[in-house]
Structure formats: C-alpha cells, structure tokens
Design a protein around this ligand. Structure first.
Ligand code: SAM
Length: 223
C-alpha cells in the first residue's frame, strides 16, 4: 500500500481581532501548555537579568508566567490585534506587572520599531497564523542578540483530517464550540516540522525543530 499524502495546509485569518474569538481564547484554560512553554523558555535563560521578546502574545499569559519564574527579566510583548492587547493589558495590570511587561501593537513580520538586542525571542502559537512565515523568521534573526536564545512553539499539522478531528476531540473536550472550531482550523493551518526546517534554511537560521507532543512542535537554539 502506498503511503497516504500529507494534507495540504489551509491558512486561517492572521490576526485574531474578532472580539468574540479573542474573548473565547482568553477564557480558555491553556494553563498546562502555557506553564510548560514558560518553563521551556526559562530553561534557555542564561542570566538573571535580561530582556525578552514575545511575538504574538495574545492575552499575555506566557510572559506573566515567565515573569514569575525569572524575577530579573523584562519582556516586550507584541501583538497585532487590538482586542487581544486589551485583554493582555487587563491581565498584566491584575498581575501588577506593568513595569516589567511592555505591550506593543505591531506586526511580527515587520518590527522596524524594535532594535536588535533581545536575549531571548519566543513565541507560542503564532507561526500557524502566518501566511508567509519567512519575514517572521527574518525578524527573529534580526532581533535576537548574539548568543541569545530562540524558542518558538506551535501546533503541527496532522497527516489527515481524521487525525485532526481526533486531536480536536481529545484536546478540546468540554470547551465551547467556537474554541473547538478554532483548534481544528489551527491544526489544518499549522506547518509540519519539515516545512519549518525549510523556512529556517531560507531565513538563514540554524535552529533545531522537534515534535514534542501529539500536536506540538518546538523550534529552539542559540544564535
Ligand atoms: C493563538 S494566539 C496565541 C497567543 C499566545 N501566544 C498564547 O500562547 O496564548 C495567536 C496570536 O498571534 C497574533 N498574531 C497573528 N498574526 C500576527 C502578526 N502578524 N503579528 C503580531 N501578532 C499576530 C494573534 O492576534 C493572536 O493574538
């Protein structure tokens, strides 16, 4: 029997600026994934103080968790969605972290306002939103300081729709229908590890790509 072909990618809208979508995302419990992502970022930090950059921060849960793990660090958190930034601002205020987390409305593919010098650049669940990820990777390369770390986590596209439906069943049980739909669409919009390796080659980035869970991939390394 010949191996089945990997399904084609179906991109989804890039910026999450639908108010209802942003609210449902903010209400969802991503605490396990977000905590493990913050711990993974923390494990790459080599100094007690530094400045990190989070691309596609959404409601800013990961930078808030990272601040708790790394008290000497400041974070610039970027998102292109005003709705998400509103939610992030409220969470940051509630956590009393206004002095440590700076929010910036900008496109992660074009961060001309920012200069190089971030000791770590990270991102969770942004990559699959991007229609063309190469400008994003070029910005990651430009903004990370020498010997700085990069950690990008995202979903990875399953081989077929049946597997995407199965993963949605497993990981969104009990969630509202809109969240189930967003998760399913995100799986179909995600890249495979080999597509990400190809993107990194094109952007001139020497980073490791690994499948870490049944639905995630992680890109990591030092520049
Ligand atoms: C799925 S959410 C992930 C949020 C957060 N990183 C987390 O893990 O909870 C993706 C976020 O990326 C943002 N986004 C999408 N395209 C973007 C772009 N080109 N520039 C900046 N932010 C973008 C969306 O608005 C959304 O808030």
């Amino acid at each position: 029997m010949s191996p089945r072909k990997q399904i084609e990618r179906i991109p989804e809208p890039e910026v999450m600026d639908d108010t209802e979508e942003a609210r449902v995302y903010d209400d969802a419990d991503f605490s396990r994934v977000n905590l493990s992502c913050a711990r993974r970022i923390y494990s790459w930090l080599e100094t007690e103080k530094g400045h990190a950059l989070d691309l596609g921060t959404g409601p800013a849960e990961i930078p808030i968790r990272l601040c708790a793990l790394a008290p000497g660090w400041k974070i610039t958190a970027v998102d292109a969605s005003p709705s998400m930034l509103r939610l992030a601002r409220a969470r940051i205020k509630k956590a009393g972290l206004e002095k440590r987390i700076r929010l910036l409305r900008a496109d992660a593919k074009n961060l001309g306002k920012l200069r190089r010098g971030f000791s770590t650049v990270f991102s969770n669940s942004l990559l699959h939103h991007l229609h063309d990820p190469i400008p994003f990777w070029r910005e990651v390369k430009r903004l990370t300081s020498r010997n700085g770390s990069v950690l990008v986590q995202d979903l990875r596209r399953p081989p077929n729709r049946a597997r995407a439906r199965e993963l949605t069943r497993i990981h969104t049980a009990g969630d509202p229908p809109l969240l189930k739909q967003l998760f399913y669409q995100s799986l179909l919009a995600a890249f495979t590890p080999s597509e990400v390796r190809e993107q990194l080659r094109e952007a001139g980035l020497d980073l490791r790509v690994r499948a870490t869970t049944d639905r995630h991939l992680v890109v990591s390394g030092r520049l």
